[in-house]
Design a protein. Structure first.
Lengths: 456, 171
């Protein structure tokens, strides 16, 4: 693996340090979910991200063939010039990728590679060869929602890769890993489980030697519940991770996105507010193109600048991270139940899924028991309809579990889109570029009108 | 990974639902499964990232009334073009109704979509539902067109046997 073409790591590039530093100075770091097949376009995207009017970090998202290590399909697509849904970092010559990053990736603009692979060995090798020291994933969150690789195999692969990645520190670059556990399935996963898996994956990373971590949480269906969830996540981090080693990253909604420009902006604005109010350090944005296609560069820049503008007009809400809540109780119960299954976290995670201590609703992966179900309550909070074998003292379901109909699932999947696309009240028609987010247009249960009307 | 409810044989036969080899999205598969079950079909949902060979073997084994391929990650066109001839190469599946739908490409362009739909029909699919709604499949099935003949009352602004729609609006 120490091939001759091995690039030296760039001294001083420290993703975690960069984000924590900017956040401590009062600025939310914003980041796109960007990935293009062609190196020239990928470079243009990174360059535009870097020069956007916001404090940004860069993203290189990889394509599906690379994620699944389908070399034949990838070679064929490249040969025939078929467009890909991301950047094929393993297929491109390292020199090509190094040139793509040259002068952009650096201490003031760290670039993170995002993929979604349960077989990431070649991807981690490519990162090491390029001296790229920030990426994302997790043995659970890059497995269950991303294909058919057995969980045990994913844990094995991720164990090896995290250990290898940790060695970059000796080469002078602090490696950084972000959990994807807070985004499981993109939608309809109750916050307690998202927080728990995010924390467990961060502990897994640290167990295998990567010290600098970030923990994700994706905006769900109810602003008040999301606020509670980020607090629960921060409290668990404070209890279980070394101080100064972590930060929290909020993702703008990861499920079916609004189709209108005004709906997309309102939802992104609400995500930026959630991030700032809850003290999260970084935000992953989504664009007005999300519901339709991979967003062009300009849409990414517009979304970054819009989110940064909303963030700059928002203040931390002063609520304590140690508050108790239903979400904290649930997440803590799940985390401790898994930690109780043995000292090796990877093995504990496999056992937890086999026993149904962790069970992701609507996930069809064979190692997920599939006995839990989620639903939205009358106020738009995400609830358990069936807790299966989850080790929760209080059973979260308040109605007799039964089969869900296609109409019900369709309604729950489309709730956020419907809510944010709705044209109501006196909202002016919003077309074109970033538009104001107005007070009462957020998710139900958001903070009071009084603290939102100013400036927006 | 086969998500298959137990129970007596469904009156209308078995439908195999599958993603393409590179696509990890599953909510589309789950929603289509529920819809078809409610219509009285027995559904075998093969899940995400189904290798071509596995889909072929499952279909040979189960002899479904119809095969529904769904993909939204943007590689559906490329993967589908490769998949259809592999299914059709098996004599047992030469006449099995085979449809594909979802967000099949990363490029959003109506003319290109029509060209791709035509190429997928050419490759062996009986119907192509690019950027269409799940309920378009129900309409297609109700029209009794599961053998793939163009159906007069089927929706579609595009050529016969292809259904293209505006993405996003609820059915
Ligand atoms: C949730 C989500 C995810 C989750 C999926 C979790 C899971 N296991 O399902 C996660 C986060 C894991 C994910 C990952 C990725 N995603 Co994604 N994802 C989405 C998102 C937000 C919602 C998709 C969804 O859940 N739909 C729910 C179903 C029920 O609705 P639907 O998609 O509209 O499907 C309906 C119709 O398409 C139609 N239909 C579908 N198939 C068929 C078949 C027939 C026969 C018929 C008639 C109709 C039909 O009926 C369906 C049901 O109503 C969409 C964007 C959006 N729509 O808002 C992006 C999106 C689909 N993802 C996208 C991409 C590219 C990816 C990734 C490759 C990462 C990346 N580069 O960004 C990876 C996938 C890796 C892989 N190997 O495939 C792109 C696809 C771009 C394209 N096609 O051009 C989208 C559009 C986002 C974007 N704008 O970039 N994703």
């Amino acid at each position: 693996m120490n091939g001759p073409r091995r690039a030296a790591v760039l001294p001083g590039v420290d993703f975690g340090e960069f984000v924590r530093g900017r956040a401590a100075a009062g600025t939310l770091v914003v980041q796109p979910r960007m990935g293009f097949d062609h190196p020239r376009k990928m470079r243009a995207g990174l360059s535009a991200t870097r020069s956007a009017a916001a404090v940004t970090v860069g993203t290189v998202t990889l394509d599906s063939y690379t994620r699944l290590r389908d070399d034949a399909a990838l070679a064929d697509a490249l040969a025939r010039g078929r467009p890909l849904n991301g950047y094929p970092i393993v297929a491109h010559d390292p020199a090509v990728t190094a040139a793509m990053l040259a002068g952009l990736h650096g201490p003031d603009f760290p670039v993170q590679v995002r993929h979604g692979s349960a077989v990431p060995q070649d991807i981690f090798e490519a990162l090491a060869a390029l001296g790229l020291n920030a990426t994302e994933g997790g043995p659970v969150s890059y497995c269950l929602p991303y294909g058919r690789t057995p969980l045990e195999e994913s844990v094995r692969n991720w164990t090896r890769c995290v250990r290898r990645f940790a060695e970059l520190r000796e080469e002078g670059a602090e490696p950084h890993l972000e959990t994807f556990g807070g985004c499981l399935m993109g939608q309809l996963c109750p916050p307690g489980l998202l927080v728990a898996v995010s924390v467990l994956e961060a502990l897994f990373f640290q167990q295998h030697g990567v010290r600098s971590v970030s923990l994700s949480y994706a905006q769900q269906t109810h602003a008040g519940q999301d606020r509670e969830a980020v607090a629960a996540l921060r409290r668990l981090c404070g209890e279980l991770l070394p101080a100064g080693s972590w930060h929290v990253v909020v993702y703008a909604y990861m499920g079916l996105y609004p189709v209108t420009a005004h709906g997309a902006h309102r939802l992104l604005g609400a995500a930026a507010e959630l991030a700032v109010r809850s003290g999260a350090e970084r935000l992953i944005v989504k664009t007005v193109a999300e519901s339709r296609q991979i967003p062009p560069i300009e849409e990414n820049v517009a979304a970054l600048e819009f989110a940064a503008a909303v963030a700059s007009r928002t203040a931390r809400d002063g609520r304590s991270d140690t508050e108790d809540s239903e979400t904290y109780q649930e997440a803590a119960a799940l985390v401790h139940a898994v930690l109780g299954l043995g000292p090796d976290l990877g093995r504990a995670l496999v056992r937890a899924f086999a026993r149904g201590y962790l069970d992701v609703p609507y996930c069809v992966h064979p190692d997920n028991r599939g006995r839990t179900r989620s639903r939205l309550d009358g106020e738009g909070r995400l609830r358990w309809a069936d807790t299966g074998a989850l080790p929760l003292a209080r059973n979260g379901s308040d109605r007799v579990a039964r089969g869900v109909t296609s109409a019900e699932l369709h309604a729950d999947l489309h709730y956020v889109r419907r809510t944010f696309d709705r044209v109501d009240g006196e909202r002016a028609p919003l077309t074109g570029g970033p538009a104001p987010v107005r007070a009462r247009e957020g998710l139900p249960g958001g903070s009071s009108k009084a603290d939102r009307t100013e400036g927006l | 990974m086969v998500n298959e409810p137990a129970g007596p044989p469904a009156p209308r036969g078995t439908v195999v639902i599958s993603s393409v080899a590179s696509d990890a999205h599953t909510w589309n598969l789950v929603l289509l499964q529920l819809l078809l079950e409610e219509m009285g079909y027995h559904v075998v949902n093969l899940g995400p990232c189904v290798p071509d060979a596995l889909l072929v073997e499952e279909c040979v084994l189960r002899r479904p009334t119809m095969v529904v391929v769904s993909s939204i990650n943007g590689h559906g066109y490329t993967d589908g073009l490769r998949l259809a001839p592999r299914l059709r190469a098996r004599p047992e599946l030469a006449a099995t109704p085979l449809v594909i739908g979802g967000k099949l490409d990363v490029v959003e362009d109506a003319a290109e979509r029509d060209r791709q739909s035509a190429a997928l029909l050419e490759a062996g699919f009986d119907a192509v539902f690019a950027d269409a709604h799940a309920t378009d499949l129900c309409r297609y099935l109700r029209s009794g067109d599961s053998a793939g003949q163009p159906s007069g009352q089927s929706v579609g602004r595009a050529a016969p046997r292809t259904v293209a729609g505006a993405q996003g609006t609820t059915p």
